[in-house]
Design a protein around this ligand. Structure first.
Ligand code: FE2
Length: 303
């Protein structure tokens, strides 16, 4: 796409807050790599890499989020059947890594003015039948979710909405997701986005969300990343999870910045010791800020 033309992603950057949900617009829905024939070709490559997954036709808002391995045949039947498929970690494909970088490069300076340290970039593409539900869940990454085709109703709750997901559930999130529970009355407190091609939303890390598709085949792409702050918050929740297991009652992450800073210094010191021990043992030491997400096992929850 022409870098001198209008921005790929448009939002009011003067209002952008990394921990607040916000509407966005975009012009990626006409991009050749996001048309169905190119996506089927990508799906064949990702199937071989084990990164093509699907969720069943009978999923509802409260269904546990479990995506299972899919094949391109199943993807081609979407439209005739219900359910959806996700092309995960598309940045492992060199062509689509270029697309992920083009989009995230175009917004990086805006994001990093208030949320420095963009890393762990990834892209996920969702191809969904009509009248399909993505169950209530949350993810670890900041997410620009952009509608390319069809219509979706996206329900998003703020990342600090303790009614939607309790602080204890957030502390347990990296270990257990049993306390993340759907209740029908949560709809009333959600941001509701009626997304058509060219529209989207910014969802901060750990914003609970749930999606329902409209009357047509839907294609959506998420551009995701971590920052220094998302990494700190994740470790603080982990620390609080351990404190709860020890019978303590930690305050909410973000409520007391001075306490959070103390907690983070303790975590950083432990991580430093671990890295020194790994080096001393001759074991590989992972970078703290890898530029791209590493595909993992079926962790689910990405939509
Ligand atoms: Fe998600």
């Amino acid at each position: 796409m022409d870098a001198t033309a209008a921005p790929l992603l448009t939002l009011d950057w003067t209002r952008f807050q990394p921990r607040r949900v916000q509407a966005v617009r975009h012009r990626l829905h006409r991009h050749p790599l996001l048309q169905l024939d190119e996506l089927l070709a990508l799906a064949r490559r990702l199937e071989a890499a084990g990164q093509l997954r699907r969720i069943g036709a009978d999923a509802e808002a409260g269904t546990p989020f479990i995506a299972t391995a899919a094949d391109v045949g199943a993807l081609q039947r979407i439209g005739a059947e219900k359910g959806w498929a996700v092309l995960r970690y598309v940045q492992i494909d060199p062509t689509y890594r270029g697309l992920v970088d083009t989009v995230l490069d175009s917004i990086q300076s805006h994001v990093e003015r208030v949320d420095p340290g963009m890393h762990y970039r990834a892209g996920f593409i969702f191809i969904s039948a009509r009248h399909t539900v993505t169950p209530f869940h949350m993810d670890v990454e900041n997410n620009f979710i952009l509608q390319m085709r069809g219509h979706k109703t996206l329900y998003v709750w703020e990342p600090d909405d303790a009614v939607a997901v309790s602080e204890e559930a957030r502390d347990r999130f990296h270990h257990h997701r049993d306390l993340i529970r759907w209740r029908e009355e949560l709809r009333d407190r959600a941001h509701v986005f009626e997304l058509h091609a060219g529209e989207g939303a910014y969802m901060p890390a750990t914003s609970p969300h749930m999606v329902e598709t409209g009357d047509d085949l839907s294609v959506t792409m998420s551009f995701t990343y971590l920052t220094d702050a998302t990494r700190h918050d994740a470790w603080l929740h982990d620390l609080h999870y351990l404190m709860r297991r020890a019978g303590l009652h930690p305050s909410s992450v973000g409520r007391h910045p001075a306490l959070d800073a103390l907690g983070w210094r303790a975590v950083a010191a432990l991580l430093g010791v671990r890295r020194i021990a790994q080096r001393a043992a001759g074991r590989p030491v992972e970078p703290t800020h890898p530029p791209y997400a590493a595909p993992g096992p079926n962790e689910g929850g990405r939509a």
